[in-house]
Design a protein around this ligand. Structure first.
Ligand code: FES
Length: 147
């Protein structure tokens, strides 16, 4: 059901942890399953992602996709990191079962949220980056209003 790469990144996730004084931090949640992901980025003056760490209360697929996503954005410029989509992450992992595709979105959204935080802190605009939907609490409120 899961590829060897998924199993490897699930059992030995890369870049787990926190970064003190991170340049940008993004926290996102999946309203459907309640899983949460937090991404920390350390970005240098040339806009290169020097370091990245993540923490999650998430399923195995969320752990594996986040682990791979951190590997893909490390050492990249913020513009290159923006292009690391959940599709690219899934391809790098040799695929995910269809019911787990939504889990891969957490990593992409968390990276975008952390980049947004970085841009806001530094008063810059990152071309092509959209404001994260909201933080997880506002999301929950929206969900409630929707029903
Ligand atoms: Fe929630 Fe996978 S089931 S992120």
């Amino acid at each position: 059901m899961y590829s060897e790469k998924v199993m490897d990144h699930f059992q030995n996730p890369r870049n787990v942890g926190e970064i003190d004084g991170a340049s940008g931090v993004g926290t996102v949640g999946n309203a459907k399953c309640g899983d949460i992901m937090r991404m920390y980025l350390d970005i240098d003056e040339n806009h290169i992602i020097r370091d990245v760490k993540f923490k999650t209360f998430g399923c195995g697929a969320a752990v594996a996709t986040s682990s791979m996503a951190t590997e893909l954005v490390k050492g990249k410029t913020i513009e290159e990191a923006l292009k690391v989509t959940n599709k690219a992450v899934m391809e790098a992992l040799d695929g995910l079962p269809p019911v787990k595709v939504h889990c891969s979105l957490l990593a992409e959204e968390a990276i975008h949220a952390a980049l947004w935080d970085y841009a806001e802190k530094n008063g810059i605009k990152i071309e092509g980056l959209e404001k994260p939907k909201s933080d997880i609490h506002e999301d929950e409120e929206e969900e409630e209003e929707a029903y």
